[in-house]
Design a protein around this ligand. Structure first.
Ligand code: IOT
Ligand code: MG
Length: 517
């Protein structure tokens, strides 16, 4: 199994039937667009229209029963347990059908049961519910208007339709305004928003919150729990038995753990690493690939050319945060370079957030936990785990460290299990010690933006254009905002947006702002 049946959607739910079908939305995800159309069956039920993006072939787009309709992009990861709880005996049930069964039994609360990587729309009676998974790993956007409510997995498909309309100043419960648009709202992580077409009134329900408490368990117990929970999360992300899996491997402890656990499931795993003239981690990745026995490939890239692909990263992530874009850019470049399409890709992304891995200089435990709590409070909206990052090259990515059970466990472990014996991410390193070479288990963290030279090269290009060192962060931010305006707001193809043109435009704007002051 490669990608799941549905990768994304842009649908409209309206009180009155909609004539005809709009043009295919300008999404970045590669896939086949299939129209969705479902007429109301009375009782004020909304009409559905719009498009879904399919990866694999076949299958109905909407799951329907007893007046409830479910659209689900992405996938669930605890199907056997969910099937048991629902008394489902049919092993072939699709994830949309499982969510439907869950809804019929538990109502909206059924969303609280789901551990997956998904965005969903459910209609029942007059109500329209837009829901994200626990961590909002499939971004979900909506816009309410007099004609109904539009819901989509890419903001640009809604910006496309706003046609310069004045922003509505409404604050829909459970949503935040999406960067760059007045009237497009992003559904928060772990949230289900209930709306009625034609009305701006909404209610929201949280389906998950990051744990605030910390648990004390013995080191042995913690190590065992991490090994079991992470092993299960990797196993459930590998797709159908025998299917091919690709892992993006840096040779750091996070991605190496995923590779070792994936290979342990009797699975042929292909590992891929990206490096540039400005830096690479090839030797570390090769050590792991040889130890575990994967088919391994290295992708060499020119660092200046890598940075010039920034518009692709902005189009995929739909964010304006330059620091986060530096993390995502090398991955987007790597996904675009992978031969073939429809790969199932596992990553080690996100492990550093609950384990405090980005804060290796933080000496004292009490501040380690403070930064972990802060990172767990602020991830929402950064879209670091968005499927569009790989989806623009036709691949489906999934992130075992942000599995609901793994994330909850790692976040809640007391910080002394994360920093221990002078080592960061101690509990994870111990959990996979037997599976990996000693050099990998003890290897200090190197961020992807450092390892690939992406952030250094972006700075170099700015310095070469005359930007003073203390101005670099502000110029990176301004460039990100301008690229976002063009590729998301105006839906320009990323290849039509030149890095150097944007840079010179930003610098000219800054000069005139200073002169005009
Ligand atoms: P890093 O942890 O270095 O990389 C994330 C994942 O990208 C790795 O686990 C690996 O699967 C893949 N990867 C990294 N480098 C390469 C490479 N050269 N070739 C192939 N694959 C590679 C930033 C970071 O340091 O990435 N990510 C942090 C979180 C950032 C902070 N965000 C936040 N506070 N909201 C992380 O937790 O992964
Ligand atoms: Mg990492």
């Amino acid at each position: 199994m490669g990608p799941p049946p549905i990768l994304g959607f842009a649908v409209r739910l309206s009180a009155n039937p909609v004539a005809g079908t709009d043009a295919v939305p300008p999404w970045s995800t590669a896939g086949r667009a299939v129209p969705v159309h479902a007429e109301s069956r009375g009782a004020g039920q909304p009409h559905w229209s719009g498009w879904v993006l399919t990866g694999a072939s076949g299958g109905p787009v909407l799951a329907c029963q007893d007046g409830v309709r479910v659209l689900l992009a992405g996938e669930l990861y605890h199907r056997p347990a969910l099937r048991d709880a629902l008394g489902e005996t049919d092993g072939e049930t699709s994830d949309a059908e499982l969510l439907l069964a869950c809804w019929l039994r538990y109502g909206r609360s059924g969303l609280r049961l789901c551990n997956g990587r998904f965005a969903a729309v459910v209609t029942e009676g007059q109500a329209v519910v837009a829901a994200t998974d626990h961590a909002g790993t499939v971004p979900l956007y909506l816009r309410c208007g007099p004609g109904g409510v539009e819901i989509a997995t890419e903001a640009k498909t809604l910006a496309h339709r706003s046609g310069g309309r004045a922003p509505l100043s409404l604050a829909v419960s459970g949503t935040e305004s999406a960067p760059g648009f007045g009237d497009v709202r992003r559904v928060r992580a772990g949230t289900a928003v209930t709306l009625t077409p034609g009305s701006t009134a909404a209610t929201s329900m949280r389906t998950w919150l990051p744990p605030q408490h910390r648990v004390i368990v013995t080191p042995d117990d913690a190590v065992r729990r991490v090994a079991d929970t992470l092993g299960e999360a990797v196993r459930t992300r590998l797709g159908t038995p025998g299917g091919a899996v690709t892992a993006v491997l840096s040779g750091g402890i996070d991605s190496s753990s995923v590779v070792a656990l994936a290979s342990g499931s009797n699975r042929a795993v292909e590992t891929v690493s990206l490096g540039t003239d400005a830096g690479d981690e090839f030797a570390a990745a090769r050590t792991v690939a040889e130890h575990v026995g994967t088919e391994h490939h290295e992708f060499h890239h020119d660092s200046a050319n890598l940075v010039r692909q920034l518009p692709w990263a902005v189009a995929a992530a739909e964010i304006t945060d330059a620091e986060v874009l530096e993390y995502l850019l090398p991955l987007v470049v790597l996904y675009r370079q992978l031969p073939g399409d429809s790969r199932r890709v596992v990553t080690g992304y996100g492990a550093d957030i609950p384990l405090g891995g980005m804060h290796r200089a933080t000496e004292r435990l009490h501040s380690l936990d403070a930064v972990i709590a802060d990172d767990m409070d602020t991830f929402d909206g950064l879209n670091e785990l968005s499927p569009v990052l790989g989806g623009l090259a036709g691949h489906w990515t999934t992130h075992p460290f942000w599995d609901r059970d793994v994330l909850e466990l790692l976040t809640s472990l007391e910080p002394g299990l994360k920093r221990r014996d002078g080592r960061d991410k101690w509990v994870l390193r111990e959990a996979v010690r037997e599976l990996l070479p000693v050099a990998t288990v003890t290897r200090p963290k190197l961020g992807i933006h450092e390892g690939s030279g992406a952030s250094g090269m972006w700075s170099t290009l700015l310095r070469d254009a005359g930007v003073a060192p203390d101005e670099i962060p502000a110029v990176k931010d301004a460039m990100s905002v301008e690229i976002h305006r063009r590729v998301v707001g105006e839906q320009e193809p990323p290849d039509d947006v030149y890095f150097d043109t944007v840079l010179h435009g930003v610098l000219a704007g800054r000069t005139s702002a200073v002169v005009g002051r």
